[in-house]
Design a protein around this ligand. Sequence first.
Ligand code: FAD
Length: 394
Amino acid sequence: PGPIYSFVLKYILPAIIKLKGATNGVKGIKIVRGRKIWELEPYATKDAVAAVYIPSTGIVDPYEVTVALIENAKMNGVDVHLRTEVVGFIKEDDMVKGVVTNKGTFLCRYVVNAAGVYADEIAELAGAREYTIHPRKGVEILFDKEVGEYVRHCLAEIRLPTPKRTKGGGINPTVHGNIIWGPTATEIPDKEDTSVKKEEIELILTRYSTIIPDFPKNKIIRYFAGVRAPTFTEDFIIRPAKWVKNFLHVAGIQSPGLASAPAIAEYAVECLKNMGLKLVEKHDFNPHRNPIPRVSEMTLEELEKKIKEDPKWGNIVCTCEMVSEAEIIEAIKRGATTVDAIKRRTRAGMGTCQGGYCTLRVAEILSRELGIPLTDILKEEGKLFNGPVRGEKI
Ligand SMILES: Cc1cc2nc3c(=O)[nH]c(=O)nc-3n(C[C@H](O)[C@H](O)[C@H](O)COP(=O)(O)OP(=O)(O)OC[C@H]3O[C@@H](n4cnc5c(N)ncnc54)[C@H](O)[C@@H]3O)c2cc1C
């Protein structure tokens, strides 16, 4: 590249990004150049000429966030119906009077349609379809904790021209110390298509290698895909339905829908108020929720104390992530009934061996605690075993 291009990359682009961020209310943005880049990120490419450092950037564990919110809502009196599919609505004139599900009908005063990629089909069932969701797949690659030291911050490369349909993706640390690369952005016809193709893996590895060229790319432990739910306007749709008075759309929530979730919720509450919902403040609202204690985060003294209370804290079921039998039992007490539900709550099966060692042990604990045969244990929606299990009476 010529000197003008280099000047733009080094001075103009970072300044524009800083200005845009500041205009959006992001505080503390700094432009860093030269050795400061490698003080922050020792393994970043030596070709980097400038970087925009945003200290307020945060990462979360999306499973923990969701489970924590559900548990807190339940503590505060909310009924949660998992594995309950909406199949229709009972309507009177331009109002929904009931939500019909595979587990019965729920009478209602208001309906919030937050059905992700299916929001358009749910809206249609209520006679309120005003948009179409066109699914967009994103593939991610997860690396072992062993290479966690290679990345300290969320890293994205400024690309010219900027891609229109994605935030751009990049290389990120996870809260548990893994490194994740991705996602891609591919338009797909099938909302359930979470397949991962060889070319998609290659695309991610090639695209992001320029950020950290020496990253040990052979330390992949998992790749997977999710499907975003954009509409053709590419914007969130949070508004009352035009033709159904008590039906609120919270649709088209594509990336960054998780980061935006608290603001979306506040906005949705305002919409419901404007639609006539009378809200009374709950004075005994409990804002706290205690997470499941993790052996992996305990000091030896804390662990010894726990084991004295209950030896199951000392029985390590998942050795990669150091998850004890007691944590798994606690997750079951809090409502987990499948192997994947245990995995998302405790991290059993999320480590280097990806469940090779602990899956059967988790299934045995589930079987014992729930009082159901091993052959009936579910992975997520389907059965874990596709036939009889040796030693199990059927
Ligand atoms: C690869 C990828 C990477 C992403 N990265 C980020 C990121 O870095 N930061 C960020 O902020 N966001 C990110 N997102 C976006 C984020 O995941 C979504 O915006 C967010 O999950 C949307 O939440 P939601 O509650 O609207 O929809 P969903 O999480 O899809 O929830 C919809 C729910 O509705 C249920 N449902 C659907 N139909 C029915 C029915 N008929 N009956 C009953 N229930 C039904 C579904 O089971 C599901 O539980 C990413 C998305 C993908 C795919």
